[in-house]
Design a protein around this ligand. Structure first.
Ligand SMILES: Nc1ncnc2c1ncn2[C@@H]1O[C@H](COP(=O)(O)OP(=O)(O)OP(=O)(O)O)[C@@H](O)[C@H]1O
Ligand SMILES: CC(=O)N[C@H]1[C@@H]2OC[C@@H](O2)[C@@H](O)[C@@H]1O[C@H](C)C(=O)O
Length: 411
């Protein structure tokens, strides 16, 4: 293993595969990139990207495992190795599609699949939550997709399980892409927001000419998660998302429903903050839908209103936590939500007209590939021995080296 680590540390340009499946549970984002250098001198060249969709049974198994009322230790235990296989297949598929041998890939960085996330235990958490009273309560997080399977099946050294070390350092274990955003997008002339719209939406704000400790990053709230679930309800599961925002465009905003949504406590919570299915998942969205139907609101208006609320939660978080001290010149969007034209229109309407809003694709990175690329970069940092969390984003007490390293087959 030492020989492998020394080989990798000595290699200035590496072929790295980043793997990420997020809270939308739509599939495995797989990015093959050439990464040169490390730290602030990192340079990346994306060679290939693909999303390998989860088969329906796997998607349902992940959603079931993520729900405390249906998940069991046996289901999670089995799913961990099943996803490890699928993630390994994703590496093999992207290598095959790119016409390169697995032997030419130096490293894999795998986020895995979040099953459950507890950002932090408050000091007054119920005893059964905080089982070690008197010892600083920490949060906890679980990502599965067994990296030992990835390393064994591909023969490639794999870095995975990035979030726990940040939580061990007192942070919330998320958001982590802010490190990659800093590496790739900091600018000497202007402040810019990198806004991810995945199942959950999160922002990295890079003040003009900032250093890593000046980065502001947090989850802004729901991304596609509520929109997806309401779309499933109004289409009786015929659709999992509002393609291009076509359905929401047919509806009108219901003021009463919007006011109710805007009262969600997450919006007024100061950073550092992260969220997930636990707060904005199926249970939350189903209650919103069922109450709205009882109030006589029609389906398209419900979808139009939650779409507007998602945009509002993003813009409102800028006003509350960024624009009070900084100016934002541009917002660069990534994540699958970029494809929702109605959501993009709502975001622009909620932001000051002076702020330019455009997709990340203008920087040669597709909106769907950014997170997978970020975990390739994080893996390169870990193998280089560099700290790669952003304490200002997660609340960690210090910068730490994230992840666990599983050596590939002996070369
Ligand atoms: N054409 C489209 N029109 C509207 N929405 C779309 C379209 N394509 C994808 N999406 C949305 O993007 C979502 C997937 O986005 P993405 O892969 O960025 O989420 P994720 O990475 O799983 O989430 P997170 O960043 O929270 O981990 C889908 O669930 C859907 O809501
Ligand atoms: C626990 C977890 O998986 N959180 C995700 C989720 O999806 C978006 C947002 O919430 C972000 O905080 C995080 O993922 C991204 C990749 C991050 O860590 O930056």
């Amino acid at each position: 293993m030492l020989a492998e680590l020394l080989r990798l540390k000595g290699k200035t340009t590496k072929k790295v595969v980043g793997l990420m499946s997020g809270t939308s549970v739509d599939g495995i984002d797989t990015c093959l990139a050439e990464i040169s250098g490390n730290g602030v001198s990192t340079r990346v060249n994306v060679l290939a990207f693909a999303t390998y969709p989860y088969p329906d049974n796997i998607r349902n198994a992940v959603l079931e495992a993520s729900n405390p009322s249906s998940g069991t230790v046996e289901k999670i235990c089995r799913l961990n190795f099943t996803l490890g296989k699928l993630f390994a297949e994703a590496v093999k598929n992207i290598a095959n599609a790119s016409g390169i041998s697995l032997l030419d890939i130096d490293l894999v960085g795998s986020h895995g699949q979040t099953i459950y996330h507890i950002p932090c235990l408050s000091s007054d958490s119920p005893p059964h939550d905080n089982m070690l009273p008197g010892i600083a309560p920490a949060g906890s997080t679980l990502q599965i997709g067994e990296p030992s399977v990835i390393a064994h099946e591909t023969g490639i050294t794999t870095v995975a399980d990035f979030r726990p070390r940040d939580i061990a350092a007192g942070g919330q274990g998320a958001p982590l892409v802010s490190y990659a955003d800093f590496i790739l997008f900091r600018d000497k002339e202007k402040g810019r927001s990198l806004q991810n719209i995945g199942g959950i939406a999160n922002v990295t704000f890079l003040p003009k000419d900032c250093n890593i400790n000046e980065v502001i990053a947090f989850d802004t709230g729901p991304g596609n998660m509520i929109i997806d679930r309401i779309t499933e309800r109004i289409t009786n599961n015929a659709a999992h998302f509002d393609k291009d925002g076509i359905l929401a465009a047919q509806g009108q905003i219901n003021r009463e429903l919007l006011l109710n949504l805007q009262r969600h406590s997450f919006l007024s919570k100061p950073p550092p903050k992260t969220t997930g299915r636990e707060e904005f998942g199926v249970c939350y969205a189903d209650k919103i839908y069922n109450d709205a139907v009882k109030a006589g609101i029609n389906n398209m208006d419900i979808l139009a209103t939650v779409t507007w609320f998602t945009a509002y939660s993003i813009a409102e978080s800028y006003k509350q936590w960024i624009l009070n001290r900084h100016s934002i010149s541009e917002v660069i969007l990534s994540g699958g939500g970029c494809h929702n034209k109605t959501l993009l229109k709502c975001i622009k309407q909620n932001l000051d007209p002076s702020i330019r809003v455009y997709p990340i694709d203008m920087f040669g990175i597709t909106s769907d590939s950014k997170e997978a690329l970020a975990f390739a970069i994080l893996a390169n940092e870990t193998i280089s021995g560099n700290t790669n969390n952003v304490p200002n984003a997660t609340g960690a007490r210090e910068q730490v080296v994230l992840g666990k390293i599983l050596p590939g087959r002996h070369r």
